[in-house]
Design a protein around this ligand. Structure first.
Ligand SMILES: Nc1ncnc2c1ncn2[C@@H]1O[C@H](COP(=O)(O)OP(=O)(O)OP(=O)(O)O)[C@@H](O)[C@H]1O
Ligand SMILES: [Mg+2]
Length: 214
């Protein structure tokens, strides 16, 4: 009797799962990697190096870690480098979410109708306990209501307390962030985050030209 052994698929790695989740949620940016980030100026080169260094060190962290804070103009590659770092780190337990999505998810849980839907506490726990939490576009599209500010401030203070690795991207300047989150949170970010300012022109504006379109 001959026995045919079927090839057993390799189980997906944590990095494969991080990529898959990003492809589902953010298909436009899921192909972002350090290798395809064009660094034409010293400032862009420095931004790339900070993100690469962060990712390299994060791979060695068993518990918790520093924060990475990418702030500046629209279209300058903040989300690109956040995605590239998230993939390079490749942790199980990565949550990549825009601040608006996070707030909407919490708000939706207030009108939870079925017992199999997550409770507000479940959703908060997911983001509090993530081994790596990426909050993209902090301050964009949020009206800065007391509810939004309190929710995000509490989450960030808890992440700080637990020393959990966190990446933030934002268009807000320093004083706008202080208005939005309050001095207590900004002070904590100053302590634990490696900060990069993205002050060059938007890459989006040149993208049609690069593709040879008018
Ligand atoms: N230096 C770069 N090299 C290659 N692609 C880039 C670079 N900068 C930006 N891009 C690409 O341009 C697009 C916009 O970049 P990205 O979304 O990272 O900008 P952003 O700074 O997050 O903007 P916003 O503040 O509007 O969220 C993406 O497709 C990204 O991959
Ligand atoms: Mg962005």
């Amino acid at each position: 009797m001959t026995v045919t052994t079927l090839p057993i698929d390799q189980p997906p790695s944590a990095r494969d799962c991080v990529i898959k989740n990003l492809e589902v949620k953010n298909p436009r940016i899921a192909c972002a990697r350090f290798e395809n980030f064009e660094a034409h100026t010293p400032a862009q080169q420095a931004a790339l190096e900070v993100a690469q260094q962060y990712a390299e060190e994060a791979r060695e962290w068993n518990h918790g870690g520093d924060w990475l804070y990418l702030a500046g103009f629209a279209g300058t590659g903040k989300t690109h480098l956040a995605v590239a770092a998230t993939i390079a780190i490749g942790y199980w337990g990565t949550e990549f979410v825009t601040a608006s999505e996070l707030i909407d998810e919490i708000k939706k849980s207030f009108t939870r109708r079925y017992t199999d839907e997550p409770t507000t506490e479940d959703i908060k726990r997911k983001y509090l306990d993530a081994r790596l939490l990426v909050i993209d576009d902090l301050g964009a599209g949020q009206r800065g209501t007391e509810f939004e500010s309190a929710l995000l401030s509490d989450l960030l203070c808890e992440r700080y307390r637990g020393t959990w690795a966190t990446i933030i991207t934002t268009n807000l300047g320093g004083s706008q962030m202080t208005d939005f989150l309050g001095q207590r949170v900004v002070d904590r970010i100053e302590e634990v985050a490696r900060k990069v300012e993205f002050t060059w022109d938007s890459y989006r504006r040149g993208s049609r030209r690069r593709r040879g379109q008018p």
